[in-house]
Design a protein around this ligand. Structure first.
Ligand SMILES: Cc1ncc(C[n+]2csc(CCOP(=O)(O)OP(=O)(O)O)c2C)c(N)n1
Length: 514
């Protein structure tokens, strides 16, 4: 057995099932080792941002890490933006980065770089191995580190001689550290705030937004009358008929502040204190207005579902509450496409168990409310603001949940960063329906220009926020990567094409002219 084989067998023993890879020469022993054992699926991404975004989507849905296999510093650097998003999502991921042989680094060959410095800001755990015999143990540690609830990024740098030199054995799995329990003081303070408050919001994030956390939140709401609000960009939110209604904190600070101002008490569970996405003149960074009573029940890394259950007991909430399981979909919309009828068409047709990855930007907003009582589904969003996450994340989610339909609700500008994900979807026959909103612009930036007081953008400002000239032909782009595609201009056509795509195995793309 060589080091690479010891690594692969260690990963398989720990239950790792998928490797999203874009390898090079320094990873050849690892590429060969993937064929030396059964149980680890190797999936090629044609850009590293596809691999890392896919690992993010996989981690959010599988609740365990996938591997990425990336080529030295430059290959890793191509994947950093989506690792930034994955870090914000607290997704479990193990990055394997090949490096030059330990003795070759001093030669300063062209691909040599400081990989640790690149990896540190996006990783919760970084290690560079120095010999083949320690590779198995380092791998087991990396997997355990990634699995530390709710999840984090572990990066293991593997010089090529450590891959090809002999190793003795694989390593046994290490149990990840469970999330720390919330103190009884935090629970009683939250309970006191709830007893005292008149208008209360429970502000939820991270694991509070999965089934167990939401169930406990619904009990607290039933007892206290509190409103449930989630982070603006949740990593994963279970929603639809049968789940409690959770409002989303608006994106723009003035709207977020207005929403929060209606309360006298905010209890935070699994989220950070909400802050504005950007600093704007005359707006504060922190969105909770001064003077409100704020209690922190649980930090995102703490055992938030257990803390919510303890809080529910502490305030003598009912043991369980039935949330209306009645499905209420919008009417099938008609007319020329816009953000409102596009969101309605999606909510009118999405199947039970759908996973919606929303990177539809300005076109996406109306969908969230329209789908409140749609069939139960999972909602994923762009957690870190680094666009180009949607198509890869949808790809990884589809690998994690082959029996569910993934809907990539996607803006055109953001899609262009990592459109190679479509090729991986075709190659792996993934059940992804991409709903591509083509407004031929970076519309949010046009909105931001107007907000900055630029009433009449100049020629250059118009050029830098337009995607016209030449116009992107999304059906051609998708077809060129093996994904069937159609273009629609009306809500009727969209609904019909959605129904067709959602019922057809494999990927397809619907280009919406909005
Ligand atoms: C990695 C990265 N690069 C650039 C940006 C800046 N940015 C934010 S939104 C945006 C354009 C979004 O356009 P599109 O995806 O078409 O959505 P639309 O605003 O048109 O709805 C850009 C370039 C970013 N957020 N992340």
């Amino acid at each position: 057995m060589n080091g690479a084989e010891s690594l692969i067998r260690t990963a398989i023993a720990a239950g790792v099932e998928v490797c999203f890879a874009n390898p090079g020469t320094t990873e050849m022993p690892l590429v060969a080792a993937l064929d030396s054992a059964e149980g680890l699926r190797a999936i090629l991404g044609l850009f590293e941002g596809v691999c890392t975004g896919a690992a993010d989507g996989y981690g959010r849905m599988a609740e365990k890490p996938a591997l990425t296999l990336l080529h030295l510093g430059p290959g890793f650097a191509n994947g950093i933006a989506n690792l930034h998003n994955a870090r914000r999502a607290r997704s479990p991921i193990v990055n394997l980065i090949g490096d030059h042989a330990t003795w070759h680094v001093a030669a300063d060959a062209p691909l040599t770089s400081d990989i640790v410095s690149l990896a540190t800001p996006v990783s919760g755990w970084v290690r560079s191995v120095r010999d083949s015999k320690s590779l198995a143990d380092a791998t087991a540690q990396a997997i355990a580190a990634a699995g530390r609830a709710p999840g984090q990024i572990a990066t293991l740098i593997v010089p090529s001689d450590c891959q090809w030199d002999p190793a003795e054995r694989h390593a046994s799995p290490i149990e990840p550290t469970p999330p720390p329990a919330v103190s009884s003081g935090a629970i009683s303070q939250a309970a006191a705030a709830i007893r005292k408050g008149k208008k209360i919001a429970l502000f939820l994030g991270a694991t509070a937004l999965r089934a167990r956390g939401l169930k406990a939140a619904a009990r607290i709401a039933a007892k206290s009358g509190c409103h449930l609000i989630c982070e603006t960009f949740p990593a994963r939110l279970e929603r639809g008929a049968g789940t409690p209604t959770v409002e989303r904190l608006p994106y723009f600070p003035e709207q977020a502040i207005e929403m929060l101002m209606a309360f006298d008490t905010i209890v935070i569970a699994g989220a950070k204190r909400p802050v504005a996405f950007f600093g704007y003149p005359n707006f504060p960074s922190h969105l909770i207005p001064e003077g409100l009573d704020v209690a922190i029940l649980a930090e995102p890394t703490e055992d938030t579902p257990a803390a919510l259950e303890a809080l529910a007991s502490e305030i003598a909430a009912p043991v369980s509450v039935a949330t209306a399981a009645q499905i209420a979909r919008p009417e099938r919309p008609v007319g020329k496409l816009n953000a409102i009828n596009a969101g309605a068409a999606l909510a009118a047709t999405m199947p039970e168990g759908a996973i919606v990855m929303d990177e539809a930007a300005t076109t996406g907003l109306p969908f969230f409310v329209a789908s409140t009582a749609a069939p139960p589904h999972t909602y994923l969003s762009l957690t870190g603001g680094a666009i180009g996450q949607g198509l890869p994340c949808a790809t990884g989610a589809a690998v994690a949940c082959p029996e569910r339909r993934v809907i990539a609700f996607q803006a055109d500008g953001s899609a262009m960063y990592t459109l190679q994900a479509l090729w991986t979807q075709a190659r792996e026959s993934l059940n992804v329906t991409t709903v591509l909103c083509n407004n031929r612009s970076y519309r949010i930036l046009q909105v931001e220009l107007a907000r900055a007081g630029v009433a009449e953008p100049g020629r250059k400002a118009r050029s830098l926020t337009s995607l016209a000239n030449p116009e992107l032909e999304w059906t051609a782009l998708a077809n060129g990567m093996g994904v069937p595609a159609v273009r629609v201009e009306t809500a009727e056509d969209l609904t019909r094409e959605l129904e067709r795509s959602l019922a057809t195995p494999g990927p397809s793309l619907i280009e919406l002219m909005v």
